[in-house]
Design a protein. Structure first.
Length: 248
């Protein structure tokens, strides 16, 4: 079987806030079709990692490579990179005064320079994919949290990105709404979509991801298959899973 190509590479990414070192020379590759669950205790640096990848936060050191090319930290280069990397926020980040279809179409208009009429057609297709064909003309306040997060996923997909970053996409939801978002993510995985998802959902890591990266104190403590991770005899992994099950 032909080895899948590397889409994204991180090389020695570092980040500190004041005197606290949050990321410590983090390096790993992401291959086409990878679905990576990033797990770890609170404060381990997981969200900072995603934001550094997409330059929502500027790393202090290290490099991001996209399809073999170093991503320059210029406005133009970052804008071009973000057009290929979708981002799903923990708190939805929808624009309250825009209808759902326009929330999803907006990146195509602002980043892709697509006309509103054409952008709305693409947005409609993406919203249908996440099961919201009947909510096109609704406003964010008229939707449940799970529906709003599905809008966020549709917005991340509207540029047809090569990779999607998801930052705790279910953590802001009531438990009863988690399932609808996870079903969408599962479907994206089955379609071969490349994703990195920071999550505390063990079921996602077990049954959807093909890799688990375990973060602790700003460093990668494990990078392995879900089976290897959950069968691990490591004391720190066992402690993390015990603490997580107590919270859930």
């Amino acid at each position: 079987m032909k080895e899948k190509s590397v889409i994204l590479s991180l090389s020695n990414i570092t980040k500190s806030f004041d005197s606290q070192e949050v990321l410590k020379e983090v390096s790993f590759d992401v291959r086409e079709g990878d679905v990576i669950a990033v797990l770890g205790p609170s404060g381990a640096g997981k969200t900072t990692l995603l934001r550094c990848i997409n330059n929502l936060i500027t790393p202090d050191g290290g490099d991001v490579f996209f399809k073999g090319e170093r991503v320059q930290r210029t406005k133009h280069a970052i804008r071009a990179f973000r057009s290929k990397v979708g981002f799903v926020f923990q708190r939805f980040n929808l624009i309250s005064h825009l209808k759902i279809i326009d929330n999803v179409a907006l990146p195509l208009v602002k980043v892709g320079r697509v006309k509103w009429t054409d952008a709305r057609k693409v947005a409609e297709v993406r919203l249908k994919q996440v099961g919201l064909a009947n909510k096109l003309m609704s406003y964010p306040s008229q939707l449940s949290g799970g529906q709003q997060q599905r809008v966020g996923i549709a917005r991340a997909l509207v540029m047809n990105p090569d990779i999607v970053l998801l930052d705790e996409p279910t953590s802001a939801l009531d438990p009863s709404l988690v399932g609808e978002v996870m079903r969408v993510i599962r479907r994206l995985s089955s379609e071969g979509r490349t994703m990195i998802i920071v999550t505390h959902e063990v079921e996602f890591a077990k049954h959807i991801a093909n890799r688990v990266i375990f973060f602790k104190n700003g460093e990668i403590s494990a990078d392995c298959s879900p089976a290897q991770f959950f069968d691990s005899m490591s004391e720190e992994i066992a402690e993390f899973l015990t603490d997580l099950s107590a919270i859930v």
